[in-house]
Design a protein around this ligand. Sequence first.
Ligand code: PEP
Ligand code: MG
Length: 319
Amino acid sequence: QAEAERAKAHHEAVTCDGRVVEVAANIGSSEEARQAHANGADGVGLMRSEFLFLGRDQAPREAQQLAEYQATIDALGAKPLVIRTLDIGADKQLSYVSLPSAPNPAMGIRGTRLWQSNPELLDTQLRALLGVKPLRHLRIMVPMISDVSELEWVRERMEVTAAEMHLTELPLLGAMIEVPSAALCAGSLSRAADFLSIGTNDLTQYGLAMDREDPLLAARADVLHPGILRLIQAALQGTAGRCPVAVCGAAAGDPLAGPLLVAMGVDELSVEPSRIAAVKARVRRLDSRIIASELERLLALPDAAAVRHELAPLVDAAL
Ligand code: PEP
Ligand code: MG
């Protein structure tokens, strides 16, 4: 069965009820891009660029960054590559960026807040990103967005950088939805963004106020909590089809959450490269209407355990 799945992995995944679902890969390097492409990924939905910045004593230079981004584009044929701008903070710290000590780094200076106090970090990365060829295969994604003004600030810096480089075409610019306020403000975000991607790992952490690094909370920090599902639903309803919405958190590759997310209306699942064939195979077997018709009932349940209990037989019936 695994062999049959692998053989079909290079084809588009369409559900039984006719929904095309992009199945993309989450990667951290050009090496993983090669693996994702070989496994049939429709593209890269999340390249975590921080892996280039960690474990060194100074920031990677523009040319070093460009070489890695270009190698990643080259590894994917003509498939789209979403690179996320540097997402540092909480567990991920850089020795060469001095930040005021934060009582709770997960809620401290990070994302746009970090670049506004260290603009050179973002500008160097943008110059490297805008140097790749062909630029139309690249998409730039901004993490930790909490409202539309942060995305507009990044877009302005991208446009200024592009003008300095005499570029006429610009890559698409998207926002991650991983902070509850962003999920609730998806309407305005979807007017300013070219695409959105829901980061369910952080959305669960910030939505439930449960630290994703805390092993004592791991079992309870569940994306299937009806409160988190309502945030995801709010993001999809707020977007109202104005731009594509992906999911790039671990929930995208989860056997229960993945089918539910498709039924809720997401356009793309971005998963670990090794999961591409299996996720595509499940999408092809899925009748998303069976889950969609029960959505309101699932979201009205009291807790994650109840959602899991009710969702499991529904997913079985829908596959
Ligand atoms: C997320 O938060 O869901 C996400 C995909 O980003 P990361 O896991 O890198 O924080
Ligand atoms: Mg995140």
